[in-house]
Design a protein. Sequence first.
Length: 257
Amino acid sequence: MVKKAKTDAGIPQDKPLDSLGMALSGGEQAEAQRRIAEGMTSKHPNTASVHHVCTDTFGSIATAFPKGGMVLISGTGSNCQLLNPSGSAPRCGGWGHMLGDGGSGYWLSHRTIRTVYDAEDGLVTPAHDYAAVKNLVFEHFKVVARKGDKLARQVFWDAGEILGAHVKALVPQAEEPFSKTPGGLRIVAVGSVLTHCWDLLREGFLSVVGEVVSDLSVVKLCVSSAVGGAILGAQKLNFTLPVNYSANTNLLEHFKK
């Protein structure tokens, strides 16, 4: 990837970059960061003079916002992390489907299928008719939700509530500057469930978040989060890249009481 980037940028392969930022899944542990940086230096000495390794959530936040923010993830799994201007980074969720991942694609699929099987077995009586989702898998599930199926819409509402609870859990740890930022608390939405199904999740989400937040903006990235990796890599050298942050995101929701 670095070689291709150098080729695309017209940089000779034997000329190290001043700094290489890598925002990687699983890159939050200091030991892993050290081993990756040392491995790049020893095995690929011409890639960069300095390597900065961090977790992928930081890359998304750095792409969207200049001075911290919150990332809410709902794809196969779910996770939420806050990055304060001071550098503190509390998180909520991300424990895998056996322990949590509430509001994720897996959770939505499991919840829906479980509702159908429990109803078929006579264990429960669903609050809504389930015929429309009985034989569907998740990739078709959102279609019936948009057609107004009450059970499907209820499951998405519930998922929105759970994702909102992730944000609600971290709000008390947000530092004061967020409340003074135009647009309020800034959240970048990551993952296909959030970015493709926001219209189905938003009401449940806002019903929970609105209890603790009076002003917030939810955006999605319209560029690669690798941009954030480059920004963080430059910051490692105390260099600020000229970035038009407004061009990196599209607004999904601005909520204000």
